[in-house]
Design a protein around this ligand. Structure first.
Ligand code: F7E
Length: 325
């Protein structure tokens, strides 16, 4: 039985990836912070339904020793390094902890792999935020990086660390350059979930308005459940490479809000208020991915369409908020 080690198993992607790998017959191990084990009700909700099937190990991305111990204990065949400080806006307020977690943390994981289990295949969660102020659209694996946030910079560093371990030590290490991917498991701070949660609350009479920042920003939004399959496919190839994973379509925040409100029969303009405190010091105005390499080499393509993704998220939030009422 193959063993997979997932950092960030409690996050949106970690949860979908665990389900996917369990379905493939893997023994799934996850790295979690000790506080998460102590407060499982709140911090492990995304993997609550599979807690009896996965094996969790307490460790911190701030401690090389703790990561090393987990790698030594598990000796995985594949390692998916998803854990990160992943909220772009927050990274402007606390660059230091973003860099510590995202850069040093990545070094700790890949370095422990190299020391203890160099045949383990390694996946790094790189990001479309590395393209930032991109000189071309859509962006592909050859597009130059121009990150616009400490988060984007930290992911560029992680990307190069991964490439360097591949070139210098022959580690089977891949970068998945994933564009925005969402689901009903998305954190509430991200714009899609903020919108669908607000739509549900407004529809059910619990709230009256939704404050948003830049409505004109455009993103290439796909479904997280589709994207975890691409992570796995990258590690099943003959050679380690880097791949863009996206839908190829860009929509604005306004488009998302308009559609989400329309699903419950409301007009977004009656509820959305622009609040400049949600503007970022440097904005990424438009990202759109070209996933043709993944399509050709991995045989991967996105399944869930934009409209269906919005509907899926609104419906799930309506159900959840109804139960809380
Ligand atoms: O913002 C605009 C905001 O925070 C999307 C992460 O998973 O994807 C994600 O990063 C856009 C931005 O995601 C609000 O200015 C307007 O232009 O949902 P987001 P993100 O920054 O694109 C990439 C690929 C990652 O790797 C990241 O980890 O929406 N926006 N008004 C707003 N954004 C938020 N959060 N809240 C607002 O009220």
């Amino acid at each position: 039985m193959k063993k997979a080690l997932i950092t960030g198993i409690t996050g949106q992607d970690g949860a979908y990836l665990s389900e996917f790998l369990l379905g493939k017959g893997y023994e799934v191990h996850g790295v979690v912070r000790r506080v998460a084990l102590e407060d499982s009700e709140h911090r492990l909700w995304r993997i609550r339904h599979i807690l009896d099937k996965v094996i969790l190990h307490p460790a911190s991305l701030e401690s090389y020793a703790s990561i090393f111990n987990v790698v030594e204990k598990v000796m995985p065949d594949e390692c998916y390094h998803l854990a990160a400080q992943s909220y772009v806006d927050y990274s402007f307020g606390d660059e230091f902890s973003t860099f510590n977690t995202n850069i040093n943390g990545t070094m700790y994981v890949i370095s422990a792999i190299k020391e203890k289990v160099p045949n383990c295949k390694f996946y790094f969660a790189a990001s479309s935020e590395m393209f930032g102020l991109a000189a071309q659209s859509p962006q592909n694996e050859k597009t130059q990086f121009h990150p616009r946030s400490p988060y984007g910079i930290s992911k560029v560093a992680g990307f190069h660390i991964t490439q360097n371990y591949r070139e210098a030590y022959n580690i089977f290490a891949c970068n998945g350059i994933l564009f925005n991917h969402e689901s009903p498991r998305r954190g509430f701070e991200f714009v899609t979930r903020k919108i669908t949660n607000a739509v549900a609350r407004i529809k059910l009479g619990l709230s009256r308005e939704l404050k948003l920042g830049n409505l004109e920003a455009k993103r290439d939004w796909g479904f997280s459940g589709d994207y975890v399959e691409a992570m796995w496919l990258m590690l099943q190839q003959a050679k380690p490479e880097d791949y863009v994973i996206a839908t190829g379509e860009a929509h604005s925040v306004k488009d998302f809000a308009k559609l989400a409100f329309s699903f419950v029969g409301l007009n977004w303009e009656d509820y959305v208020v622009v609040d400049e405190t949600f503007y970022r010091p440097a904005e990424v105005t438009c990202l759109q991915g070209d996933y043709s390499k993944a399509k050709k080499e991995l045989g991967w393509r996105p399944r869930v369409k934009f409209k269906d993704l919005v509907e899926m998220m609104v419906s799930a939030d309506l159900e959840r908020v109804k139960k809380m009422k």
